[in-house]
Design a protein around this ligand. Structure first.
Ligand code: F6P
Length: 554
């Protein structure tokens, strides 16, 4: 077993028990008071590195909490776990695979062995293959069946073959090279295909069928639809190679679809889908921002990898964020975690982190198959600010649940419009401030009295105006979003998720839970279309199948 907790009950460890006792002592902890009592609190609980600044002072912690959490990290064997991750041990023990996404951002000359073979030369070879493709498309040398250059690239993929690339290509739009537009086709919903294809011309469109397994229903159906559309628009089977390329570890299936061997970019078993944007799955990113910016993205992630491996736990961004998550999820009963980017370009980061975190740590057994006796991954949700302030922040401020939040904000804007950016930044800060300070009963009453309300109205309205406060958040600040900073930011969250899996002892790199729905889907489909007349296993599903069949008769 790579680290201690994958085969033992973490809640029985002395460091865990010490945290239970500490939590009791902190029952009445007030962040307001902690700030008032300590002028250095911001300095004590903030740090910078890899182009990011992390303020975690607005948390329900003191220095002892940090120490106890770090003790927990040590006791579960985190140091050993980190080494195991980077060395390519078989951490994904249900599939007997390493999780070596970090190898994708290692520089030439480093060595990482899988089954006795150094994989870095192969990683570099694929980067070269990507460089050639991107160059040919950007230079107008890759041409469609009418000899016109490619103007539009459609990434057909879902999950990790979609969310990471979409996040990054959109977050780095200010770095986009002119000439090629990137689009994403993910869902099996025909409306998505219809709306996208209406904007495109087959003769100038390149489809990237992006699927590690080349067996994902949504992706294969969309690839078939795209192929049918391309043929209907005037393309031919003989020219198909000009319009369809693939990224996959299943070469055979990609060839079977009609993609030429030389147009298949490899993926490897040792990269999980939600960790794959750094591989050729990132082709749409590279096509959008160019290869040198793509390499900058990799080097930002590499810097974070270095930080993660070398910084003491007390000064280690992913470790601290992970420990704070454990603190709230396991000791304060928080069940969800909000990701709130205050930046239009980062608007999709919540969706990417949702898959990264929830597919990795949405588990309930340890590495050895025994149940985990405490809560694991939280629900990740949120979205771009200020929009969220006018939608769901109400619940953050006055709801009954404790929901820790990460605010992410750049200090400068690529697109200054009057004083909009100052207001955006101010709103970000004032939200975390409001969450922390809240409004006491006395403050609410004083405010109402100052407005001249009768005492009866003051008493009637005051309870509704009270805001409990003391609600925790982290704030991540950076200069403008650049490839390097974004690489570091995403890698930081990857490592945060990993650290939590080490603490809980679960395998962060498999996802068996999503398989059942896929399997059952086949049975439901065959009953809907009448190829299987046997009743479904439950009355509700059968009733809903009947409803569908009733509407589609004849
Ligand atoms: O169904 C879940 C999942 O397997 C994800 O883990 C993955 O990112 C996604 O589907 C897409 O998989 P693929 O790249 O093999 O099409």
């Amino acid at each position: 077993m790579p680290y201690l907790s994958s085969s033992m009950d973490v809640t029985q460890l002395p460091s865990w028990q010490a945290l239970v006792a500490h939590r009791e002592r902190l029952a009445g902890f007030s962040m307001r008071q902690a700030f008032a009592a300590d002028a250095q609190r911001f300095e004590t609980f903030s740090l910078s590195g890899c182009g990011l600044f992390l303020d975690y002072s607005k948390n329900l912690i003191n220095t002892e909490t940090r120490e106890l959490l770090v003790n927990l990290a040590r006791e579960v064997g985190l140091e050993r776990g980190i080494r195991a991750l980077f060395d390519g041990e078989l951490l994904n023990n249900t599939e007997q695979r390493p999780a070596l996404h970090t190898a994708l951002r290692r520089p030439l000359g480093d060595k990482v062995q899988v089954d006795g073979v150094d994989i870095i030369p192969e990683v570099q070879r694929v980067l070269q293959q990507m460089t050639e493709l991107v160059g040919r498309i950007h230079d107008g040398l890759w041409r469609g069946y009418t000899e016109k250059p490619i103007t539009d690239v459609v990434n057909i993929g879902i999950g990790g073959s979609f969310l990471g690339p979409q996040l990054v290509s959109e977050a780095l739009l200010p770095f986009a090279q002119r000439g090629v537009r990137c689009h994403y086709l993910a869902n099996i919903d025909g409306s998505e295909f219809h709306e996208l294809s209406a904007k495109l011309r087959a003769e100038t469109t390149l489809f990237i069928v992006s699927s590690k397994s080349f067996g994902t229903l949504e992706t294969l159906k969309n690839a078939q639809a795209a192929r049918g559309w391309y043929l209907a628009q005037g393309g031919s089977e003989a020219e198909l190679y000009r319009h369809f390329i693939a990224v996959s570890s299943n070469r055979e299936a990609a060839v079977g679809f009609g993609i030429r061997e030389e147009n298949i970019f490899p993926m490897w078993d040792w990269v999980g889908g939600r960790y794959s944007l750094w591989s050729a799955i990132g082709l749409p990113i590279a096509l959008s921002i160019g290869m040198s910016n793509f390499k900058e993205l990799l080097s930002g992630a590499y810097r974070m990898d270095e930080h993660f491996q070398t910084a003491p736990f007390e000064e280690n961004m992913p470790v601290l964020l992970a420990l704070l998550g454990v603190w709230y999820g396991n000791f304060w009963n928080a069940q969800s975690h909000a990701i709130l980017p205050y930046d239009h370009y980062l608007r999709n980061i919540t969706k990417h982190l949702q898959q990264l975190d929830m597919e990795s740590n949405g588990k309930s057994v340890r590495g050895d198959g025994q149940p985990i006796s405490t809560a694991t991954g939280p629900v990740i949700w949120g979205g771009v600010g200020c929009n969220g302030q006018h939608a769901y922040h109400q619940l953050l401020h006055q709801g009954t649940q404790l929901i820790p939040a990460d605010f992410i904000v750049p200090v400068s804007s690529y697109n200054p419009v009057a004083d909009h950016h100052q207001w955006l930044y101010a709103n970000c800060l004032s939200q975390s401030q409001a969450l922390m300070l809240g409004k006491s009963r006395k403050e609410a009453e004083d405010e109402l009295r100052a407005k001249g309300l009768s005492e009866e109205d003051v008493q009637r309205l005051a309870p509704h105006k009270v805001i409990p406060g003391n609600r925790p958040s982290n704030t991540l600040v950076m200069e403008r979003v650049s490839p390097r900073r974004l690489g570091a930011l995403i890698a930081m969250y990857e490592h945060k998720v990993f650290v939590q899996s080490v603490i809980w002892g679960n395998n962060a790199f498999d996802q068996w839970g999503v398989e059942l729905g896929k399997d059952l889907g086949k049975g439901v489909y065959s009953r809907m279309v009448g190829s299987d007349e046997a009743p479904a296993d439950d009355g509700s599903t059968q009733g809903l199948i009947n409803f569908f069949r009733g509407r589609h008769r004849g």
